[in-house]
Design a binder for this molecule. Structure first.
Ligand code: ADP
Length: 270
């Protein structure tokens, strides 16, 4: 058993069954700006849930609140039955240890090679050297970059860097993976390969994936359910199919329109 008590080295499976994440009446203001207003949302466990909206809609704020990096001014956040927005100290850290996060700009450490980056959260968690080595090898294999284990970050493509970031995020077996515009700086082909990796990992590890993006094609490629955020409010939510077949809100129609134009542009390029 590892000091974390979260996973056994040598297994891919997540330690805990993911829990439904529920937001009730979540409101957040920054000075004069209302970033979120009365947001109600339930993220089904084990789903790939998309949150889409244009810039300034409140997506990052929502993600920071769901990942307990910030507290709402009003409202409540639950993981399963447990209210989590009021947690602090050791209980907060314990809950956050069940979350992994990946970002648009990868947030990797340039001073460490690929293995060193993936090992970092395991070192923080106090694992023994041998266990860290074994777990890093397992993670390299999981994201299919075994041949890059000793590479410096500058030798990697964007897609390979995101694979390292995914491996690092999954190192301590979180039950939820938050993706913050994780493919926004990648070309379409690399975006597709990262999205299919995320889908594969969800199947293999049975984790919940919450993905924020401004790109409709990302939602279409990978998500099952989606919430459209507009000016801090949920404009609509439902299945991805419904959103594309029958968008009910002006915000969704605007995002879809932008997407269609984007597809036409890339077709014309070919
Ligand atoms: P998105 O991720 O959809 O682009 P954000 O959640 O970043 O939206 O921002 C929502 C609104 O809240 C914006 O008007 C933004 O300027 C404001 N905002 C977000 N974070 C802060 C902050 N730390 N201080 C002040 N205003 C903020």
């Amino acid at each position: 058993m590892s000091p974390l008590g979260l996973f056994s080295v040598g297994r891919y499976t997540a330690a805990a069954e993911p829990l439904v994440i529920t937001l009730k009446g979540v409101t957040k203001r920054y000075a004069m700006v209302t970033a979120l207003e009365e947001v109600d949302l339930a993220i089904p466990p084990g789903s790939i849930f998309g949150i889409i909206g244009k810039s300034g809609a409140g997506k990052s704020t929502l993600l920071r609140i769901m990942s307990l990096l910030e507290s709402p001014d009003r409202g409540e956040v639950y993981y399963g039955q447990e209210r989590v927005d009021t947690l602090w100290g050791a209980a907060l850290r314990e809950r956050q240890r069940n979350m992994g996060m990946i970002f648009q700009n990868f947030n990797l450490m340039a001073s460490r090679n690929v293995s060193g980056n993936i090992a970092y959260p395991l070192e923080i968690a106090g694992l023994h050297r041998g266990d860290i080595h074994e777990r890093v090898e397992e993670l390299l294999e999981l994201v299919d970059i075994t041949d890059k284990r000793k590479a410096r970050l500058r030798e990697l493509s964007g897609g390979q860097k995101q694979r390292v970031a995914i491996a690092r995020a999954l190192a301590v077996n979180p039950e939820v993976l938050f993706c913050d515009e994780a493919t926004s700086s990648l070309d379409p082909l690399t975006t597709r390969s990262i999205l299919s990796l995320i889908r594969e990992l969800r199947e293999k590890l049975r984790i919940t994936v919450v993905l924020i993006t401004h790109q409709m094609e990302v939602i279409r490629a990978i998500c099952e359910e989606v919430a459209v955020l507009n000016e801090g409010r949920v404009a609509e939510r439902g299945t991805v199919r419904d959103l594309f077949d029958n968008p009910r809100s002006a915000a969704a129609r605007e995002l879809l329109h932008g997407d269609v134009r984007g597809i036409e542009r890339s077709d014309a390029d070919e």
